[in-house]
Write a protein that binds this ligand. Structure first.
Ligand SMILES: O=P(O)(O)OC[C@H]1O[C@](O)(CO)[C@@H](O)[C@@H]1O
Length: 479
């Protein structure tokens, strides 16, 4: 688990007077003085995110601040370290042998670009336009050109924009390179996530053969997929996955909203005027065991006649470390179908066959998913995507980032109606399967938020709690 916001900020509340520094802890105190200087320089205010404000690194008592201050620089440092360590391997893999020296030089330049991005992040510099051959360069530059001075930097801007911008810039460095176009900074980590979860995958496959068609089983599969979205380290995740597999209801107290029955009704009893909608759209999140649980849920929906097809949406390029790209999606199915374990191999082949038969479909990766926009902007920014989603019986959004984009990355009153927080985004019926990792939430019952805050003020960033939220797209909400 990530260190908490309080751990990250507790040491900063101290005197700013350098004259009081004692010799035995001078280093520590000087660091505190520096931190306070930092806050003053970048207009950081020592408060949590105000209600109805965008999440932002400006608010020191927020996960946005902690992410920009601590998590994102570490991610960039890890990328640099990994590239430096693997440089020979990368050069051999991506450059023809007579161009190895040029590739080595290019790699050095890319590492330089990443270091500069890290510096810009740490010193709250303005977001820079995209000037290379990015296919979505216009989308991004258009977005950037509409930001005011205050909205266009890492700490002062909206957290969603800052994080999306960082990952988009990071990818642009290899995308615009000569030799490293195909390189995925997070490729190894993602492959390892699948390889190391094979035992859990086998257990899940065994458990889900010959299932009944009923709401109870459907709910169990929703929960497997839901809890696979927790952000634990590999070992804790595996223990947790097994616990949920032994008893899908074991973490029920941590599911704060559970609309499984409404979801079932939506799929099972579709009103006659919507009978032509025979597709579920699945907006994927992470690779590894999580992606596999998504496949199992999709398999169930197809085999039990709840939908004819599931159309999966992936990211157009590496994104937020572990998000599924087209390559990851295909690699996962290939890996499973060639596995030495008979059960894994069979299920992999079955899913590949689903792809052939059109029961599974891999949608062309829309740049909108790797854009900075919240989903209420989809209709005007990406009308084709919006129109195609309208043809769906249900859209399943996995994970925390999708949730933040649904909610416009705003710190809503937790009891706010979800439909209000969606700000008009409702192409069809929606479902959010999300474990809570940021202070963005809507649709909680009265009192739940307050009770949990008393138990643990940081409950919203632990990933221990979750929601299965359904929004009925057939109702009129007056937008
Ligand atoms: O994989 P998920 O569930 O989208 O979680 C990743 C998200 O969680 C966070 O760690 C907290 O919101 C973000 O950095 C990121 O948006």
């Amino acid at each position: 688990m990530e260190p908490s916001v309080l751990e990250a900020t507790a040491s900063t509340t101290t005197t700013t007077s350098a004259t009081k520094v004692e010799p035995n802890n001078a280093g520590e105190k000087l660091q505190k003085v520096f931190k306070n200087d930092f806050d003053a320089k970048y207009n950081i205010v020592d408060i949590p995110t105000p209600r109805n404000a965008f999440m932002s690194g400006q608010y020191k008592c927020s996960y946005a601040y902690y992410t920009i201050r601590s998590r994102l620089p570490v991610i960039l440092t890890n990328v640099i370290d990994r590239m430096t360590k693997d440089k020979n391997e990368l050069v051999t893999q991506f450059a023809p042998s007579n161009f190895e020296q040029s590739a080595r030089e290019e790699l050095k330049i890319i590492i330089g670009f990443i270091s500069r991005l890290k510096y810009e992040l740490q010193t709250d510099k303005p977001f820079q336009k995209f000037t290379g051959d990015e296919p979505d360069g216009e989308l991004w530059n258009n977005f950037l050109s509409h930001l005011s001075e205050d909205e266009g930097t890492f700490y002062r801007g909206c957290w969603l924009h800052a994080e999306c911008y960082m990952y988009r810039k990071l990818y642009s460095f290899v995308e615009n390179s000569i030799f490293l176009k195909q390189f995925d900074y997070f490729g190894k980590v993602k492959e390892q996530a699948l390889v190391s979860s094979i035992d859990d995958i086998i257990s899940l496959v065994k458990y889900t053969r010959r299932t009944e068609k009923n709401v109870e089983m459907f709910e169990e599969l929703l929960k497997f997929s839901l809890w696979a979205n927790r952000n634990d380290d590999a070992e804790t995740a595996s223990l947790f996955n097994r616990k949920v597999l032994e008893d899908a209801g074991s973490a029920n107290d941590y599911i704060l909203v559970n609309h499984s029955t409404q979801l079932w009704d939506c799929l099972e009893n579709e009103p006659t005027q919507k009978k032509h909608l025979q597709q579920v759209d699945y907006i994927l999140d992470n690779v590894g065991y999580e992606l596999f649980t998504d496949f199992i849920l999709a398999e169930y929906m197809i085999e039990k006649g709840l939908t004819q097809k599931v159309r999966f949406h992936v990211k157009a390029h590496p994104w937020f470390v572990s998000d599924v790209t087209e390559h990851d999606f295909k690699w996962t199915l290939e890996y499973l179908s060639q596995h030495s374990d008979y059960i894994v191999c069979l299920i992999g082949k079955k899913f590949l066959q689903f792809l052939d038969e059109g029961k599974f479909e891999l949608a062309a990766a829309s740049p909108f998913w790797t854009g900075p926009y919240a989903y209420h902007r989809m209709r005007d920014v990406s009308p084709d995507l919006y129109n195609s989603l309208q043809q769906s019986k249900l859209i399943i959004f996995k994970g925390d980032l999708n949730y933040r984009k649904l909610m416009n990355d705003v710190c809503w009153d937790p009891t706010q109606e979800v439909t209000t927080s969606l700000s008009g985004f409702l192409p069809t019926n929606l479902c959010a399967l999300r474990s809570i990792k940021a202070e963005v939430i809507a649709g909680l019952p009265e009192g739940v938020y307050e009770t949990l805050c008393k138990q643990d003020p940081q409950w919203m960033i632990t990933g221990n709690y979750s929601v299965i939220q359904f929004v009925d797209g057939t109702r009129e909400f007056g937008y």
